[in-house]
Write a protein that binds this ligand. Sequence first.
Ligand code: HEM
Length: 423
Amino acid sequence: MSPLDRRTFLTRSLITAGAGAVGVGVGTSASDASAKRPSATEQAHSVLSDELATRIPFDGAHQSGVLTPAQDHMTMLALDSIAPNGAVLFEGLQALSAQARRLMHGDPVGVTEVDDPPPDSGILGAYDAPDALTVTVAFGAALFDDRYGLGHLRPKRLVEMPNFPNDNIDPTRSGGDVLVQVCANHRDTVIHTVREILRATAGKLVVRWTLDGFQSAARGPTPRSNKRNLFAFRDGTANPDVTDAVLMNRLIWVQPGSGEPRWATSGTYQVVRTIRMHVEFWDRVGMLEQEQMIGRYRVSGAPLGGDGEFEDPDYPSDPDGRRIKLDAHIRLANPRTPTTANQRILRRGYNYHRGVDEAGDLDDGLLFIAFNQDPDRQFATIQTRLTPEPMVDYITPVGGGYFFAPPGTSGPPDWVGSGLAAT
Ligand code: HEM
C-alpha cells in the first residue's frame, strides 16, 4: 500500500469508525456507563499504525494469500462440515466469505444492545484494523463425497493426499472438508480472525485440526534476502516470480480448457504438508554436511560455489555433482532442465513450534504450503524425486492434505465456492 493509499485509508476508516460510534449511541440505552465509553474514533486513533492499516482486498479474480508475500503470522484451520445438506453447507461457506471480507476490510466493532453478547469478541479493541489480513479458503476431496451430491464438480486432481515414502501421517492432523489459511502482520489479528470465523460458521463447520505458523524476522543483509527456516537455511529463494502473470498462468492458476470443471478456472491446488524437523539431530551435523544436503551455503543462501543468494546454481557446469551433490535438496527439487520447467511450484511455507513431545524433544517443523496448477505434474513429481535425498533422515511429514482453492469473488454477495451452487 502506498503512503498516499494509507493516508486515504486512515482518513476513511476513521470516518467510518466515527459513523459506527454514532450507531452505538442510537442503538443502546443511554446509561451513564455507556455515555463515558470512548468513541470508536478515539480508540482507533490510539491503535492505528501503517502496518495495522495495510489492507489486502478480499475480492478479485484470484483469492489473496496465494501470491501475497507471506505475512509474519498464520494459522491453518482445517474444518469438517456437519451441515445436514448442501443448502446448509452453502450457508456456512457464505458466512465464511462474508466474515473474511469484513475482517480483511477492517471495521469498527460496534455494539448492538448492551445486554447482548457483543457482535465481535473485541480482542482487537474498538476497531478491527485490517493488518494485511488474508483469509484463503480451499476445499478437500472429502467435500465432494456423496454427502452433498457435489461429486461431479470435484476438481480433477483433487484426491486425498497420497502416502509418500518417508511419510508418517497422523489422520487427526490431516485432511478436512474446508481449509482456511489465515495470515496477518500480527498474531492477535490471526487469533481474532480464527475466533470470528468459527463464530460465523458455528453449527455448520467444526475444527478438524489447526496449526500456527510464523516467519522468522527479516534480518537482511538486504530487504530481498529470504528469511530462514528452522534448519537455519534461507527459504523461498528460488520461488517463481509472482509478478510474472504469464508464468503464474502456466504454473499456478487453473486454465480454461484444461479438463477441469468450468467453475475451477482461475483457482489453484494447495498442498499442505506438516513436516516435523528433528532439530536436535540436525544441530549435531557438521556445517559442510548440512550445506551439501541442501546445496546452498547456510549463511548467505548462495548455491555452493557461488557468491549471491540469487545466483544460478549452474548445473551444466557441474554434471558430476562435485560442487552441488546430485542428491542435494535443491538439485533434486528443481534440476532446472527444459523438461522440468513446468513442474515448478510456489512455496509459501511457515515455521512452526509446538512445544516439546513426550520425549522432551522440540516439536518444531515446517508448515510446507505449495500452490500449483496440477499436483500430479508438479508437487507429487518433485516429492517423489526427493525420496532419496539425505535430508529425509532429519524430517518426518506428519500431516497435511491436498486442497483446491477456488477462484476469487466478484464482490458481495459472492462467496468463495459459489461456483459449486451455480453449476
Ligand atoms: C522440512 C522440509 C524442507 C526443508 C527444510 C526445505 C528447505 C529448502 C531450502 C533451504 C531451499 C533452498 C532455498 C529456496 O530456494 O527456497 C529449498 C528449496 C526448494 N525446496 Fe525445499 N525444503 C523442505 C521441503 C520441501 C518439499 C516437501 C518440497 C516439495 C516436494 C520442496 C521443494 C523445494 C523446491 C522446489 C525448492 C527450490 C529449488 C530450486 O528451484 O532451486 N522442499 N528447500
